[in-house]
Structures are given as C-alpha cells and as structure tokens.
Design a protein around this ligand. Structure first.
Ligand code: NAD
Ligand code: SER
Length: 315
C-alpha cells in the first residue's frame, strides 16, 4: 500500500483507521474522503481530505487519478437499523457505491477493502460457531447488500483479477466516533451512559448474545488483511473475524466491576431485536487465523477497562 484512499472516513471505523494509516504509511499518502465533514473534521483535516459522494463516479475517478491511489478502503454504508428505515437508499449507497468503486479500481488496478458483517447471515444460518462457508439468506436489506457485496467482490477478483479483500466484522466498540445506526450500537452507548448517568436502558433483551470486537483489533485486522500474502488467501470476501461474545447482561456485570452502582433495564425495540435474533451468537474465525494470522488482542475484560479509561479521560 503506497497511496491510500479511505472513503466513508468520517464514520466509526474510518475516523480511527485514517489516523492509524497516516501513522504507518505517512500523512501525505492517505486521502480521507466522505460526503460529510461535520463529524471528525479535526481528525480528517490533519491530512489530505476530499469531499466525495461515492455515487459520483466522475469525482471518484478524478481523485483516484490525482493521488495515484493503489489501495481503497471502502467504509461507506447505511448500517442495519438505518437500512430498515430506508431500504431503497441502503441498496443505492451500499451496492451502487461499491459498484462504482469496483469500476474505478479496475481502471487504476487498485486493491479494494470492503467490510462485510455478521449481518450477512440470516435465520437459516447455524447460529453457534457459524462456519466461514455456510447458508447466507439474511432477511434485512443491510444483509442483502452485504451478501451482494461479498459476491460482487469475489466476481471482480475472478473476472478482472482485482485484488478485493474483506472481513465480516462483528459489532464494533469504540470511544472516538459513535456508531452510525446499527443493531450492536447498545454495546457502545452503554459505556457513555454508565459514566454519565450510572444507568442504561437497553433496546435488546438481556440474553441476546452476539459477536463483538474492540476498535483497535478491527483496525489491525483491516491493515493486516490488506498486507497479507495473496498466495495464502483461499477466501477473500469476506473472512469471519471475532474476538469476544457477550449479551447485555454479561456486559453489565463487567461494567459493574468498575462502576459497582451501575444499573441496567430493558425497553425492547422489536425491529432491532428481530435483527439481532437472526444473526450469529458466535463466529468460527479459524480461516482468518489460518490464512493470514488473525489473532485479536482484546477480550471483554480488557476492552471494558480500556473503554472506561479512555472515555473518562475525554470527559
Ligand atoms: P458509519 O455509519 O459510522 O460511517 C459511514 C460513513 O459513510 C459516514 O461517515 C457517512 O458520512 C459516509 N457516507 C454515507 N453515504 C456516503 C456517500 N454517499 N458518499 C460518501 N460517504 C458516505 O459506518 P462504520 O460503522 O464506520 O462502518 C463502515 C463499514 O463497516 C460499513 O460497510 C459497515 O457495514 C461495516 N461494518 C461496521 C460495523 C460496526 O459495528 N461499526 C460492523 C460490521 C460491519
Ligand atoms: N454493527 C453493525 C450493525 O449493527 C453490524 O454490521 O448494523
């Protein structure tokens, strides 16, 4: 990776990925791009920033050419809950945007990273220890766009030799940028409210277990996968990755170790509960471990300790 474009850079992942890439590859070799600069303007403007709508193919082409981009991180998407509110826009942005990037990446022979999600699985998928290769019949528009994205990326690799790679991220927990409208968002909100109010009202049932990951591991995974020896990759789009599984009750008990008076109650959102109930309870990520050495650093205890420390410091 020499000249990198991160599109969707103002979001939960992008805002942290851009800083790490600039640290590792040089501030002048990373172009941050987003349709919206209101979030994280300070972080993004610390280096090169371009305002781009992923649906604007002409602008994408111009930016790829101007900076001689050889690697693109595509972080643009409407997440699962937002997608159910706006299914038409979800397809247009998630799939239409990806198709534009696939086109320009073929033109410039650039590698392309596009995250998939646990949302690419559905009610027919085995929910425990979900295999890398299994049934994928999601019943959300987000999931439909994620499966379509995985297939499109594999197709462009086979048809045009494009270097496409991807991860099926679980719910991501981070302290810099709030999540953008997903089903796993509770696992971030709970930390803010634990510190501010000592109480959290959760929109999922207490025993809703899902895969989760702390942002530093998610960032490492993306960079490590894009640096991996292609000869070793039997899979490409997209690898199951995980580092912890918990439900709201278990996370509450973990937070209580640091804030003993913390309390939780439940006011269930039926839409997000139904989405969570259709997703895996735990992923099998052995292919990622075997093919490119995936090995996360954080578990629920170390993640909770670090989240509380970082959030308290930023208050
Ligand atoms: P996010 O919602 O926080 O950020 C998305 C960014 O895309 C936003 O900054 C938004 O302004 C930008 N954007 C939206 N429409 C655009 C357009 N037309 N042109 C240019 N930019 C546009 O999302 P995120 O959480 O950072 O997720 C990034 C990727 O990772 C997505 O593909 C998502 O599906 C995937 N993922 C995220 C999680 C998670 O928990 N955050 C889990 C699994 C997969
Ligand atoms: N965190 C994401 C969501 O809940 C998973 O892809 O939508």
């Amino acid at each position: 990776m020499k000249n990198i474009l991160v599109i969707g850079a103002a979001g939960q992942i992008g805002s942290e990925l851009v800083t790490e890439l600039r640290k590792q590859y040089g501030i002048n070799n990373v172009v941050a791009a987003d349709i919206n600069l209101s979030a994280n303007a300070e972080v993004l403007k610390a280096g090169i920033f371009e305002e781009i709508d992923i649906l604007d193919m002409v602008k994408l082409y111009e930016v790829m050419k101007k900076y001689q981009i050889d690697t693109v991180f595509n972080l643009v998407a409407l997440l699962s809950a937002k997608g159910e509110d706006e299914p038409f826009l979800s397809w247009k942005v998630n799939v239409g945007g990806l198709v534009n990037l696939l086109y320009v990446c073929v033109e410039f022979k650039a590698a392309l990273f596009t995250p998939s999600s646990i949302g690419a699985f559905g009610p027919g998928t085995p929910r425990d220890n979900t295999p890398q290769d299994t049934i994928q019949r999601p019943n959300t528009i987000y999931g439909v766009t994620k499966v379509s994205g995985e297939l499109l990326c594999d197709y462009y690799h086979k048809k045009f030799g494009l270097d496409t790679r991807g991860l099926r991220y679980p719910g991501l927990i981070s302290s810099l940028t709030p999540p953008g409208g997903g089903t796993t968002d509770y696992a971030v909100h709970i930390f803010y409210e634990a510190i501010e109010k000592g109480h959290y009202t959760c929109f999922l049932k207490s025993d809703t277990q899902m895969d989760m990951m702390y942002m530093p591991d998610a960032i490492d995974a993306a960079i490590q996968l894009m640096e991996a020896d292609p000869a070793k990759l039997k899979h490409r789009n997209a690898f199951n990755v995980t580092s912890m599984q918990f439900d709201p009750e278990k996370l509450c008990l973990e937070i209580k170790k640091h804030i003993p008076n913390f309390t939780i109650d439940y006011n269930i959102d039926p839409v997000r509960q139904a989405i969570a109930d259709s997703w895996p309870r735990s992923l099998d990520d052995s292919c990622a471990r075997e093919e490119w050495g995936w090995n996360p650093k954080y578990n629920i205890s170390s993640m909770t300790e670090d989240m509380l420390k970082v959030l308290r410091k930023s208050k």
